[in-house]
Ligand binder design. Structure first.
Ligand code: ADP
Ligand code: MG
Length: 129
């Protein structure tokens, strides 16, 4: 029997998370960048215990369509590009689709979102297992 194994998906995501988020402030940065990319005019940030107990970012941007909520937590899931060539005309702060996947792999996430077309919003709790 050899010694080499393929890592499971959670471990892969947690290792990747270490590159995106080496401290809570990085999660704040990623979330605020998403708010800006969503066209938010107002962004509210609430932090407890240096971001270790709570990071809450509220924005008045586009929101996320119901059909996009679950996939938004997957690694490499983005609404901002489709292919490499798009990078030449991409002016968003993020495009790698890694922030939400990284954050959810190392924390408990609650997302509350509504688009202007929707009458009702959605609340999703996500955590890795
Ligand atoms: N605050 C937000 N408002 C609206 N959409 C959001 C917000 N945060 C995340 N999203 C959506 O979730 C997707 C995944 O976010 P993220 O993992 O940060 O990847 P990226 O920003 O690189 O696309 C984004 O492409 C966007 O469509
Ligand atoms: Mg992002």
């Amino acid at each position: 029997m050899g010694n080499i194994v393929l890592l499971d998906e959670l471990t892969i995501n947690q290792i990747a998370a270490g590159e995106v988020l080496d401290r809570p402030a990085n999660a704040v940065k990623e979330l605020v960048e998403n708010s800006i990319d969503a066209g938010a005019k107002h962004i509210t940030i609430e932090i407890k215990n240096g971001g270790k107990s709570l990071i809450k970012v509220i924005d008045d941007g586009s929101g996320i369509k119901k059909d996009d909520i679950f996939i938004s937590f997957e690694r490499h899931a983005t609404s901002k590009i489709r292919r490499l060539e798009d990078l030449e005309n991409t002016y968003t702060m993020g495009f790698r689709g890694e922030a939400l996947a990284s954050i959810v792999s190392v924390s408990k996430v609650t997302m509350t979102t509504r688009t202007k077309e929707d009458e009702l919003g959605t609340i999703v709790h996500a955590e890795a297992r």
